[in-house]
Ligand binder design. Sequence first.
Ligand SMILES: [Zn+2]
Length: 295
Amino acid sequence: MGQAGILSNGVHSHSRQGNTASGQIYQGKEARAAIVGRLAGWAKAQVFATQVADFCRDALRFHESSSLRSSLYEINLRHNPVGLRYVQVALQLGTSRTAESLSHELLHLGLSMAGRPLPESIYVPPGLVSYARHLIGIQAIVYNLLEHELIHGAFRFLGFDQTRFLTDLPAPPDYEEIAVLSSTTCTEAVWFPWWCSEYLRYWLSARHGLGNVASVYAERALCWGSRLYPSLREAVRQITGMVQSGVLIDRDLYPGSVNRLLQVMRLPGYSEWVVLKPADGGGPSVCEWRSEDHE
Ligand SMILES: [Zn+2]
């Protein structure tokens, strides 16, 4: 039996896919100029990008390459004492939605720039330690999806078409096959959160511009997942209810709301949160966020 543990949550990223280091990497003022250049023709997005760059200053990195498999953002934190190593946006070139992808990643960053708490460490309860790596992988995906709920409206405000907020979703895996497999080989602690995240991913994608196809996939996940775990239906009802109620919007209630959602999905929650503050010097500073300061 493992021990409960607190793990550092060092990297916030839009995607966990590996990326090669080819292409161009810019820093600070050069990153700012390169980003603004990539948004030519999108005046509002350029203004927003400038605000993000001016907040990050020397801590900003911009990586662009056609060999990247996706675009992503990263807020890389140092722990004990907590601090900021760098903020990075990586842009996949050669797609039909370069400006949209870049703005999407900048909007993720913009949440922290606007004072929204950022998870700094993860609490893994004793019963879940054996599955920690798997569950933290799902948790990161869920966290990213929840941020989409906060930024997809701003994407439209920057002048973009809502249907271009996300890349096209890949079709889901064969849920029937997975349902058969998981009924014989694996524990509920591993699979229940996975079925929840599959539902959430497609349900939110439908909400964020991908429409009917994503809704059909969400229902398919729920159909097969709930045959194995009937309580999935109640969990999904709670998750969608919480998102629709707007509990994620309030900045000060955000850490508690995120943790409640993760709890319904039976995923580890976040135990410490930080906020980024603009600095006079080279880049933003990091402060601990405490719930009692916000009650
Ligand atoms: Zn995203």
